[in-house]
Design a protein around this ligand. Structure first.
Ligand SMILES: [Zn+2]
Length: 608
């Protein structure tokens, strides 16, 4: 991790193009060293339960919903692969995907584990560091600044306010609560003293460029500051709350390179252990609703920070638990917006419950005003989503408005992907409303899948899948895993005979390694060479998965070589035929004659 030093060095602002993964900076030898010293089974089993299955290990895939394991970890190859959703890669990739983090962060964690030191040749705040890592560091610096200010004499007013609200010292330290001074330029000046360019402060959302041309001013002033941590505990943004009743009550960091409010759950870095232990995540609304109950030992809470729950947030939670309890205060309880938000949870296969607090209470006030443990009582009494929603609708629309109730309930029921549960819901709804189940089923058939609910932010589009030729992929996998097969393949096929440029690239690298005298290739290490080359990385993962389930590799290799040649011949024929057609259309007799000769020749050629 780089530090800002107060040296004379001119600080250069990097470009956005050098993203967080900023590969190149860590030498391949170091990456190889790290991968040599760790074991992928050990790494993955630190996150999810794995079971031995023959030479390999199996697990329920953490990247898609499944009940029978199709996630395979190979200790020989040091890679994992899911036959269900095609996720796959080496230990670095697993951490990047599971922790939702960048390459550098993933490799730093593994390096620490392996006891390998990553040489840090980056200049402080300089070109070498990626913009993202600079913003992490600046945010940390700002969080320290606000926290120290709160602890200083000048922060006494804010500290008194927080103490009066019930915060103890330990809690303030744990959550790094701070206070932003009233002046317009406190943070800016503090950072200027540390030679941090104001452009970076602006990129972090900490300052705003004045429209009057007076430079930047601090975004957060005279506010209690809650640093927002990501899952890994890095400060990605801030929430600032007023000390009185003035408005707006909260201001937040805008979207930045490292902060997107729809992909952060406040408190998750602290509560992920609690969530896993209690097999339940409690979802609340604001920062205080997380921090205060935490002080009272309720340690499995997260907050959405004022947004409706997004699919990205639900995916994050699903890594830790399949059950979520939404805590509503009595004002929210009947709002259709909060009800619709629940459909995201259902769609993602979560078991959803609703807990309602007494009138006038929120989680923050509730834990302060009640016996310890009372909050857990509320959670334990949470109602199932189905009952809850039905009760609210009956209350709101009246028992007789069957049409209205059915219109609201059916879209939710269609989202349940377990047929047994769905059927049970339908039966109960029919019973409760005194209608025939068959007519509900009939109505359900008409429900449009898109419903009226729209996510606030769209989920990332499905990862693009590249079109590789099966035979080329299979050949690649076989050749990587066995030097003899590789040499055999190289005898039979010229590099030009591979059509896919990614596969060609990998074969070149493998060839170099074997030529250098390696007898066996560690696929996990090989993968790390293509960490930033998505088409190549995906090709390699798929290729290895194919080779893994091959019974007779020697014979398969011959078959694949035959297929590659045959496909090449067919492709060539297709191309020639197309050109022939064009030549005929433009009555280019000479060209037609030439092409016909070529086509004939190719037809006679035998593929062996
Ligand atoms: Zn999967």
């Amino acid at each position: 991790m780089f530090r800002f030093q107060e040296d004379k060095e001119k600080v250069i602002v990097g470009t956005c193009a050098d993203n967080e993964n900023a590969m190149g900076m860590i030498p391949q030898e170091i990456i190889d060293q790290i991968l040599d010293r760790i074991d992928i089974v050990e790494v993955i089993s630190g996150y999810i339960p794995v079971k031995k299955a023959g030479r390999n290990f199996k697990a329920n895939c953490p990247f898609h919903d499944e009940k029978t394991p199709s996630f395979v970890i190979s200790p020989d190859k040091q890679i994992y692969h899911c036959f269900g959703c095609s996720a796959g890669g080496n230990a670095i990739r697993f951490i990047m995907e599971y922790e939702n983090t960048g390459f550098r962060e993933a490799i730093e964690g593994l390096a620490a584990r392996a006891g390998v030191k990553i040489p840090d040749d980056r200049k402080p705040g300089g070109e070498g560091a990626s913009i993202a890592s600079k913003l992490y560091d600046i945010n940390k610096l700002a969080a320290d600044f606000y926290h120290n200010y709160l602890r200083s004499d000048k922060g006494k007013r804010a500290l008194d306010y927080l103490k009066k609200r019930g915060f103890n010292s330990e809690t303030l330290s744990k959550f790094k609560v701070g206070f932003a001074p009233e002046a317009w330029d406190s943070l800016r000046k503090h950072c200027e003293g540390k030679k941090i360019p104001v452009e970076l402060l602006r990129k972090a959302g900490l300052t705003i460029l004045s429209e009057k041309g007076k430079g930047d001013y601090d975004r957060f002033r005279n506010r209690i500051i809650f640093p927002i941590f990501n899952e890994r505990g890095h400060v990605v943004g801030f929430g600032g709350r007023v000390l009185d009743d003035s408005l707006p009550k909260y201001i937040n960091t805008p979207e930045t390179i490292i902060y997107s409010k729809s992909n952060v759950l406040y408190g998750l870095n602290f509560s992920k252990i609690g969530i896993r232990e209690k097999s339940c995540a409690v979802i609340v609304e604001g920062y205080m609703d997380v921090v205060m109950p935490f002080q009272y030992d309720v340690t499995n809470l997260v907050a959405t920070s004022g947004t409706a729950l997004t699919p990205g947030q639900v995916s994050m939670l699903k890594k830790y638990t399949g059950t979520a309890v939404m805590v509503f205060d009595s004002d929210q309880a009947g709002e259709s917006a909060s009800l619709r938000g629940l459909d995201v949870l259902i769609e993602k296969g979560m078991n959803v419950k609703i807990a309602t607090l007494p009138k006038g209470e929120d989680p923050d006030s509730f834990v302060r005003n009640n016996e310890p443990g009372a909050f857990y009582g509320v959670i334990d009494n949470a109602k199932g989503l189905f009952e809850y929603k039905l009760d609210v609708l009956i209350q709101r629309l009246g028992e007789r408005n069957i049409g209205g109730i059915v219109d609201e309930m059916l879209p939710t029921i269609t989202k349940v992907d377990n047929a047994v549960v769905q059927s049970d819901y339908l039966r109960r709804l029919a019973e409760r409303l005194g209608v025939h189940e068959a007519s509900l089923r009939h109505e359900m058939g008409k429900v449009k899948p898109d419903y009226s609910y729209h996510y606030e932010t769209e989920e990332k589009p499905d990862k693009k899948s590249y079109n590789y030729k099966n035979s080329e992929l299979h050949l690649l996998g076989l050749a990587v895993l066995d030097k003899k097969l590789f040499l055999r393949m190289r005898e039979e096929l010229a590099p030009g005979e591979f059509q896919d440029s990614s596969i060609k690239k990998i074969i070149d690298v493998v060839g170099e390694l074997f030529d250098k005298g390696e007898d066996r290739i560690n696929p996990g290490k090989l993968l790390s060479r293509f960490q930033q080359d998505e088409p190549a990385r995906e090709a390699l993962v798929k290729a290895l998965a194919k080779a893994e389930i091959t019974q007779d590799p020697g014979k398969a290799l011959i078959d694949c070589i035959f297929c590659v040649r045959k496909e090449n011949k067919e492709d060539k024929l297709k191309g020639l035929t197309l050109r022939l057609k064009k030549a005929q259309e433009s009555s280019d007799d000479a060209e037609v004659k030439k092409l016909l000769v070529e086509i004939n020749k190719l037809h006679k050629e035998k593929v062996v």
